[in-house]
Design a protein around this ligand. Structure first.
Ligand SMILES: Nc1ncnc2c1ncn2[C@@H]1O[C@H](COP(=O)(O)OP(=O)(O)O)[C@@H](O)[C@H]1O
Ligand SMILES: [Mg+2]
Length: 472
C-alpha cells in the first residue's frame, strides 16, 4: 500500500515534469528561432534595398562597403546572386563563391519575388539558418540576397535550459518522494493500527480500542470499529453471564437431587413409604429441571430478531379468550376470579407471531394467578387507539415494589427466591414475555393496579394486512 502510493505519486510527478519540459523547450526554441529569422530578414531586406541600384548593371557591383556595414558585428555570411544564380558578391573572402552558381531552394523562391527561410544541419552538425529575399527593381526580381548563419547560440540556450530543467526535475522528484513518503506514512499508519486491533479482536481480545484523532474518514472508520468492539464485548459478556446464570440455576435442583439420592443410600433399612416420598421429591426436581430447560429453549428461540417472526393476522379478542380458558383451572383451584373485560370491543386483526405473543400473554396471566393469594381476582383488558393494541392484566396480589420493576424482566430474577421456587417459578417467564414483545416492536410495563396488586401492560403496534386469512 505504502509503496504503491509512493510510486504513484512519483510516476505522476515525473510524467508531468517530462511533458512540461518538452513543451517549454519547444516553445523556447521556436521563439528564439523566430527572433533570429526576423533579424536575418531585416538585414537581408536592408542589403537588398542598398544594393538594388547596382543590379541594374551587375558588372559594376560595388555594394561591398554598405553590406559589410550592415553585417558588421555578426557572424552572418551575406551572398548576392543574379538572376541565373551566379554569385555576384560574397562577404566571406576566404572561401568566396563569387562567380560560382549557388543552387538553393530558398533562392529559387526569392527569385519568384517572395522571401524564404530554411533551417538545416551543417556537415559539422551545427544548425544553420538561412534566408533569401529578392532584389527588386521596377517590380522585377533582378537577383537575390542570401544570408546564412550558424545558430549554435539557440542550441546552446536550449540545452542550457534543458540542463537546468533536468536539475529542477530531479530536485522536485526528490521532494515529491519525501513528501509522498510522509503522506503515505500518515495514511497507512492508522491502517496498520486497524489491522493490529482487528487481529486482536479476532483472537477474542474484545477490550482493544483504536485511538480516534481529528475528524475525517479514518477517524470515522476508527469510531465504527470501536463501536463494533463495544458490541462484541457486550455480546461476549452477555454470553458469559447467560452461561453462568444457567449453570447457577441448574446447580440448585441438581444439588437437591444429589441430597435425596444420598439420603436413600444412607438410610439403613428404608421402608417403602419413605422411598416413595423421596422418589416423589426426586420427580419434582426433575420436573423443575425440565421446565428450566424448556423455558431456556423458548427464550433462545424467540430472540428479538425480526426475521424469526412468523407474522399472521390475529384477532386478539379470540387469543385472549383462549388464554383465559387455558388458565381457568389454575384460577379455580385458588378460587381466583379470572375474567376478560373486553367483550364489547371489536378490534381488527393485526399481524403478529401467534405462538410468541401467546407465550407473552400466557406468562403474565399465569404470574398474576400464581402470585395472587386465594380468593383474589385477575382481570384482563384489551384496548386499541388504532396505532397500538394494549393488553392489560391486573391482579389483587401483593404487587411489585417500584425498585424491582425493571429487574423482574431479567432472566432468572425472582422477587422472593424461595417462595417463587416453591411455586415452580424459573424466573424466565417475564424475560420470555419481554423478548416476544420486543420482537413485535412493542413494550411491556408494570405498575400498580386498581385492585392493589400489579398491572402488567403489553403494547403492540398495529400492523394490518388487507384480505389475509384470520387465524383463531
Ligand atoms: N403478578 C405478579 N405479582 C407479583 N409478583 C410478580 C408478578 N409477576 C411476576 N412477579 C415477580 O416477578 C418474578 C419474575 O417473574 P417470572 O419471570 O415470570 O418468573 P417466575 O418463573 O418466578 O414466575 C417472579 O418471581 C415474581 O417474584
Ligand atoms: Mg412466571
Amino acid at each position: 500500500m505504502r509503496w504503491v502510493m509512493i510510486l504513484t505519486y512519483f510516476a505522476v510527478t515525473m510524467v508531468t515534469l517530462v511533458l512540461m519540459s518538452i513543451y517549454i523547450l519547444g516553445v523556447l526554441r521556436e521563439n528564439l528561432q523566430n527572433n533570429e529569422s526576423a533579424q536575418l530578414f531585416a538585414k537581408a531586406n536592408m542589403i537588398s534595398d542598398t544594393i538594388a541600384p547596382y543590379f541594374e548593371n551587375p558588372a559594376s557591383f560595388d555594394g561591398d562597403m554598405q553590406t559589410r556595414q550592415i553585417l558588421a558585428g555578426t557572424s552572418i555570411r551575406g551572398v548576392a546572386v543574379n538572376q541565373s544564380c551566379t554569385v555576384i558578391y560574397d562577404s566571406n573572402e576566404q572561401s568566396s563563391l563569387t562567380g560560382k552558381v549557388l543552387m538553393r531552394d530558398i533562392i529559387n523562391t526569392a527569385m519568384s519575388g517572395e522571401q524564404a527561410q530554411s533551417i538545416t544541419k551543417s556537415e559539422e552538425g551545427k544548425t544553420v539558418m538561412a534566408v533569401a529575399v529578392p532584389i527588386m527593381s521596377s517590380g522585377k526580381a533582378l537577383g537575390a540576397v542570401y544570408l546564412n548563419e550558424t545558430v549554435d547560440n539557440i542550441d546552446n540556450t536550449v540545452s542550457y535550459v534543458q540542463m537546468n530543467m533536468l536539475l529542477f526535475s530531479a530536485m522536485i522528484s526528490i521532494l515529491v518522494g519525501m513528501l509522498s513518503l510522509g503522506i503515505s506514512y500518515v495514511i497507512t499508519s492508522p491502517i496498520d493500527d486497524f489491522i493490529k486491533v482487528a487481529k486482536e479482536i479476532s483472537k477474542g481480545n474484545y477490550k482493544m480500542r483504536l485511538e480516534v484523532h481529528g475528524h475525517n474518514e479514518l477517524s470515522e472508520m476508527a469510531e465504527a470499529m470501536n463501536l463494533m468492539s463495544d458490541e462484541l464485548e457486550n455480546i461476549d459478556e452477555t454470553h458469559k453471564k447467560f452461561i453462568s446464570d444457567v449453570s447457577h440455576e441448574l446447580k440448585t435442583p441438581l444439588a437437591t437431587i444429589k441430597l435425596i439420592c444420598d439420603s436413600i443410600v444412607d438410610t439403613k433399612e428404608p421402608d417403602i413409604e419413605m422411598i416413595r416420598e423421596f422418589l416423589s421429591d426426586l420427580s419434582n426436581e426433575v420436573d423443575r429441571l425440565t421446565r428450566i430447560v424448556e423455558r431456556l429453549l423458548t427464550l433462545t428461540k424467540i430472540g428479538s430478531q425480526e426475521e424469526t417472526a412468523a407474522l399472521m393476522p390475529v384477532d386478539f379478542n379470540v387469543m385472549l379468550n383462549a388464554v383465559i380458558s387455558r388458565l381457568a383451572p389454575n384460577a379455580e383451584a385458588k378460587h381466583i376470579m379470572l375474567y376478560g373485560d373486553f367483550d364489547a370491543q371489536t378490534i381488527a386483526p393485526i399481524l403478529i407471531d401467534y405462538d410468541k405473543m401467546w407465550e407473552a400473554v400466557y406468562n403474565i396471566t399465569d404470574n398474576a394467578i400464581k402470585y395472587t393469594p386465594e380468593n383474589g381476582s385477575v382481570r384482563m383488558e384489551l384496548h386499541s387507539d388504532g396505532n397500538e393494541i394494549a393488553v392489560a392484566v391486573a391482579d389483587s396480589g401483593p404487587g411489585i415494589p417500584e425498585e424491582e420493576r425493571d429487574r423482574i424482566f431479567e432472566r432468572f430474577y425472582r422477587l422472593d427466591d424461595s417462595r417463587a421456587r416453591e411455586t415452580g417459578g424459573t424466573g424466565l417467564g417475564l424475560a420470555i414475555a419481554k423478548e416476544a414483545v420486543l420482537l413485535h416492536g412493542g413494550r411491556i410495563t408494570v405498575t400498580t393496579s386498581e385492585m392493589g396488586g400489579s398491572l402488567f401492560t403489553i403494547y403492540i403496534p398495529c400492523r394490518r394486512a388487507e384480505g389475509a386469512d384470520i387465524v383463531h
